[in-house]
Design a protein around this ligand. Structure first.
Ligand SMILES: C[S@@+](CC[C@H](N)C(=O)[O-])C[C@H]1O[C@@H](n2cnc3c(N)ncnc32)[C@H](O)[C@@H]1O
Length: 222
């Protein structure tokens, strides 16, 4: 069975009957979760920033791929759905979800993997660099940053996604140029090890996978 169909089936199962979760069931058809899951080393601890309704952590946990996952999001209804989904899993205690804005204090601890999936374009431009730098500072030495956002080019794909967010999130989004994000990541001392791009329907995706391999990478200067 193709990976996308498998993710859709898992999503349909773990969100079954949870009010307001229709988008979670369809999201695997427009977001390359199989590609993203492959970037998470097995048995990692994962922080998912802007986790929405918890779909990525739910897919990782349902596949038995992670030791633990913590997601936070500024949307209270999304976190309520994530918590409902979590309780459906065979090992619910592996996941936790917190209602929190990224501008507030972040959850304690550091993580093997920190993910920012389709969050950056929802953040005001002045907050985009601090967002990625704070995410990087939550990585353990040797940890992995998984960043994904929607393409700015070609313009028609960027516009299709802009319309999506105008309709669903009622928000005028702000694309961060991928080269700019890559330079922020490198500036924090990480090495970009993988940068795939792909399209699903009219949505274009760009991904950066980076490792904090250098000593002190990601830590603010003392
Ligand atoms: C397109 S959704 C992606 C959700 C999830 N990452 C996924 O891929 O399924 C963007 C999410 O970012 C969240 N978000 C936007 N700004 C945020 C902020 N400042 N702090 C925390 N979450 C934020 C929104 O509430 C929304 O759930």
């Amino acid at each position: 069975m193709p990976a996308m169909q498998r993710a859709a089936e898992v999503a349909a199962r773990i969100y079954e009957g949870i009010p307001g979760s229709l988008l979670q069931k369809w999201r695997p058809a427009i977001c390359p979760f199989d590609l993203l899951i492959a970037q998470v080393p097995p048995q990692s601890t994962v922080l998912d920033v802007g986790c929405g309704s918890g779909l990525f952590l739910g897919l990782l946990a349902a596949a038995g791929r992670i030791r633990s996952g913590l997601g936070f999001d500024s949307s209270a209804p999304a976190i309520a759905r994530a918590d409902c989904m979590r309780r459906r899993l065979p090992e619910p205690a592996r996941l936790a979800f917190v209602h929190r804005d990224a501008a507030a204090a972040w959850p304690d601890g550091d993580f093997d993997v920190v993910c920012l999936i389709d969050v950056m374009h929802h953040v005001q431009p002045a907050q985009q660099r601090p967002l990625i730098e704070t995410a990087i500072a939550k990585l353990r030495p040797g940890g992995t940053l998984v960043y994904k956002d929607m393409v700015r080019r070609p313009a028609w794909r960027a516009w299709m996604n802009r319309l999506h967010d105008l309709l669903l999130a009622r928000q005028w989004i702000h694309y961060a140029p991928i080269d700019q994000v890559a330079s922020w990541i490198r500036g924090a001392g990480l090495e970009i090890v993988h940068e795939p791009r792909c399209s699903m329907l009219w949505y274009g995706h760009e991904i950066l996978v980076a490792r904090a391999t250098a000593p002190g990478a990601g830590r603010p200067p003392a």
